[in-house]
Design a binder for this molecule. Sequence first.
Ligand SMILES: Nc1nc2c(c(=O)[nH]1)N[C@H]1C(S)=C(S)[C@@H](COP(=O)(O)OP(=O)(O)OC[C@H]3O[C@@H](n4cnc5c(=O)[nH]c(N)nc54)[C@H](O)[C@@H]3O)O[C@H]1N2
Ligand SMILES: Nc1nc2c(c(=O)[nH]1)N[C@H]1C(S)=C(S)[C@@H](COP(=O)(O)OP(=O)(O)OC[C@H]3O[C@@H](n4cnc5c(=O)[nH]c(N)nc54)[C@H](O)[C@@H]3O)O[C@H]1N2
Ligand SMILES: [Mo]
Length: 762
Amino acid sequence: MKNTRRSVPGIRYYGGPAGGWGALKATAIAVRTQMDTFEAPATLLRTNQPDGFDCPGCAWPDKEHKSTFQFCENGAKAVTWEATTKRVTPAFLANNTVTSLLEKSDFELEGYGRLTTPLAYHRESDTLRPVTWEAAFARIGEVLRDLAPDSVEFYTSGRASNEAAYLFQLFAREFGTNNFPDCSNMCHEATSVGLPRSIGIGKGTVSLDDFEKTELVISIGHNPGTNHPRMMGTLHELSRRGVPIIVFNPLKERALERFADPQNVVEMATYRSTDIASTYFQVRAGGDAAALKGIAKHLLALEAECGGVLDRDFMTEHTQGFDAFAADIAATSWQDIERESGLTREQLLSVAEAYAKSNATIITYGMGITQHNKGTRNVRLIADLLLMRGNIGKPGAGICPLRGHSNVQGNRTVGITEKPGAPFLKRLEEVFGFTPPAKHGHDAVQATQAMIAGTAKALICLGGNFAVAMPDHRRGFPAMRALDLGVHVGTKLNRTHLLVSKETFIFPCLGRTELDEQRTGRQSVTVEDSMSMVHASSGKLKPASKELRSEPAIVAGMALATIPDSKVDWQTLVDDYDLIRELIEQTIPGFEDYNARIRVPGGFRMPLPPTERVWPTASGKAMFSVFEGVDENAPGVGENPLRLVTLRSHDQYNTTIYALDDRYRGVFGRRDVLFMNKGDMAQLGLEHGDRVDLHTALPGSDLRLDDITVVEYDISAGTVGAYYPEANVLVPLDYTDKESGTPSYKSVPVGITLRSKEIRPL
Ligand SMILES: Nc1nc2c(c(=O)[nH]1)N[C@H]1C(S)=C(S)[C@@H](COP(=O)(O)OP(=O)(O)OC[C@H]3O[C@@H](n4cnc5c(=O)[nH]c(N)nc54)[C@H](O)[C@@H]3O)O[C@H]1N2
Ligand SMILES: Nc1nc2c(c(=O)[nH]1)N[C@H]1C(S)=C(S)[C@@H](COP(=O)(O)OP(=O)(O)OC[C@H]3O[C@@H](n4cnc5c(=O)[nH]c(N)nc54)[C@H](O)[C@@H]3O)O[C@H]1N2
Ligand SMILES: [Mo]
């Protein structure tokens, strides 16, 4: 692979391990290009410390909240990106029309720096102009009061704190709607829908302690070297202890192959690294269900042969539905399993044998499992496999979904859901004295569909970059512009903000790193990590501008201006966030003594009944699932088109692009690449460096992405990869997991046509 291909600008083979000196160097560059170097060291050291702020990078927990953060390259990028000294000033906006800004890349837009003042779109001059907070709130209230509540969409991106998210849902529900499109709908919704059916709660069951006791980790469809870098410390430790780590991923991700821990003095001094995966299976995109069924099938055979493989006592006492599950596995043929997974029966046997031998197994997973046409099925099959050997609710074992945004799990816990349960609504009514709507609202796809249909009239975004994160920009972007009202609470300018509606307001808010002073003094907010630990976060940096307001204050400002005789005492809540937490405690189970418990360093853990083998399902038991077949493609998809997976580069945070490199995958200074398997390229007569056009190979689809450069890559046959969000133009809005509504961002059927053999210069 190294030497035979022709040379393509910006594409170089990366031979080193992940982490190591490269990571430290990249951290230094992030600091140098974004921050005041005087403040940077102190700021970075406050990340994830008891008195500091929670890292906005990822939701991986920290042991006793003593951070290993200062060595986390991508955490440093997230912090320095927010704490940048660059500013978007009124003068800059007066000189750059919205139309001209829309021509800039996402990278450039956020690169202008922090938003400094509330803005309103001025149509005649096509510019964003400063506006006072009060005038903006008043106008938003006027517009909203004239709209039917169900024609307004309230979007949350998972960086919002528990306090901000709780106020946001309170505002929307008192206003009268359950329309809560949420970044979670594009992310771990399959977990939120699938796991409650299996084990009674939509959250992971493991803690960091379990990783210390585990005997086997199976890692499916996530890329921790980039997206959960602090997890690499854990994996590194496990590998050195001799715990096997079996990886399923179509791409060879360097951090899952080998990693040099920047904290390990010997590795750093000697340029050595540690192998992470004990075995690496390059499953075909969308082939995990087949692989999981194959492992289950072998386990059943091993049980029949020698017994003692299934945990019969556990299954009898704690589960239901095993016979139907086993019958379906028996009915699934090896031929189908091998075809769909792209793996052989022997390979899957080796996994089943390792699994049968292990007394405590953890399965970790990410977007490679959830963002599929059958994401919920994938999640439930993982739970099934764990249940077969009693691997939930015992030390060293369990299920570990790797969450996305640093507080996406907390947002859900405090009520951001389009399908609220009756007990929660009843509590809201008892505590506040208004009747919240019971009718289910829109998720992210339904909200966009309503915008396209013209039935949604307004979109209020608590953070995020909704239009860009969603599929099918060609239909989604015009729908944004057709709205009566768009309101965006954000830290940096992005494309969604610029897709201006009839009226658009952009509100600059405080970030995690910044001091939040309210009438009663310095405030802290709270967040919940991937392992259900809730803890406080409070910034110390001077805010990017005097005009910034906190997210709770902005939500309260809008609510006060919109709901004339609100039952909520908004201003008092903003004065003292302890009072918001008291209300959360009164309305949501699990937050007893909320204010006291977050004052203990490290915080507290939300209740997780499955860890004690209590199953809050309808039957009171953990439930095996039955999903017939192994096919990922929806009906109507022709003979085996390639499947496109959309990926994050090492230098991006979702739609935020920090820089144009993807170091571990050997891509530098560009993002217009299509990772392809050598065999697939040969079959299509393509060469490394060829320029191609892609189209979505679904009946009736006219989605396409033109002029992308083929890069030969170690990726499973039948799978191609391109970067998100650019490739979202190929993802159909309604190509979703029908159970969870999650877009199939990681299995879009695509076709390829050659555009030019001439290499594109950079
Ligand atoms: N630095 C940084 N950190 C982040 C983010 C970020 O963008 N940048 N984003 C945050 C968010 S919101 C999230 S949700 C998480 C995302 O974290 P991940 O879940 O790691 O997300 P992706 O980068 O989308 O990568 C998914 C991995 O799945 C693999 N994959 C794709 N399709 C399949 C498949 O069909 N089967 C299998 N087995 N594997 C597959 C890909 O090759 C890739 O390695 O990270 C969070 N943390
Ligand atoms: N093709 C494809 N599409 C995907 C995915 C994929 O893997 N492939 N992944 C999906 C996933 S997992 C997710 S989570 C979504 C992400 O979707 P979003 O959460 O909507 O997107 P982000 O890029 O995280 O949002 C970035 C913006 O957030 C704002 N921001 C940053 N910090 C703060 C803050 O502290 N407060 C506020 N109010 N705003 C802030 C900034 O203005 C910034 O421009 O994208 C989804 N889309
Ligand atoms: Mo996510």
